[in-house]
Write a new protein. Structure first.
Length: 215
């Protein structure tokens, strides 16, 4: 059993999440907020959503009533950009951390040459270098690592790439080359937050408010 697909409470980035209608697990990228009070899971559209963009339940890590952690908000989903957010269930604890990575800093625009790390549900913590950086497309490749090193794999989608120095989020991981697995790609994380109308949570996140208290 991989470490990243165990049950994690509080919720945090880098762990496996699952929409049973998608029937393919992915990765919780980061915890974000819209107003400083509510809590949202940030990940890929193809991880959280089906084409009809229903308000589907999200589980961590598997489809089990006791493991329901969030619900998709169709108003915070962008199929074309392959990104989406799910509102954390009231009373569920979540922290602004990523499994296996240092304390997370403020988001940063990606730049070519940045050394970056990601924590994904399948391949765990891996590293690479940014070789292309635009708001809509960020590419990460291997640098000075064995040729058979796996940068990412299916199930890592939704993970967030952070700078190796300072652990600042720079890109949402959306996919990669299948063979060899030496290229990963995604979207600039500041652009992801802008499109989802969310903002980062820089401190430990307290329990999400109950539905009665949510605005």
């Amino acid at each position: 059993m991989r470490n990243h697909n165990r049950v994690f409470r509080p919720l945090r980035g880098g762990i496996e999440i699952f929409n049973p209608r998608v029937a393919r697990p992915g990765t919780l990228g980061m915890i974000a907020t819209s107003d400083g009070v509510d809590r949202w899971i940030v990940s890929c559209f193809h991880v959280l959503c089906t084409p009809d963009q229903a308000a589907d339940p999200i589980y961590q890590p598997i489809d089990d009533p006791d493991k329901l952690v969030a619900a998709v908000d169709p108003g915070r989903a962008d199929r074309a950009a392959d990104l989406a957010a799910a509102r954390v269930t009231g009373g569920m604890d979540a922290v602004a951390e990523i499994l296996g990575l240092p304390p997370i800093g403020a988001p940063l625009e990606p730049e070519e040459g940045m050394r970056v790390l990601k924590s994904g549900a399948v391949t765990g913590v891996t590293e690479g270098v940014v070789t292309l950086a635009t708001p809509a497309r960020v590419e990460i490749e291997l640098l000075d690592l064995p040729s058979d090193y796996e940068l990412s794999d299916e199930g890592d989608s939704g993970a967030v790439w952070v700078t190796r120095a300072g652990a600042r989020p720079v890109a949402l991981h959306q996919g990669g080359a299948v063979s060899p697995r030496r290229l990963a790609y995604g979207r600039a994380y500041p652009e992801v937050l802008r499109l989802l109308r969310l903002q980062p949570v820089q401190a430990l996140v307290q329990a999400a408010p109950s539905s009665a208290a949510v605005k």
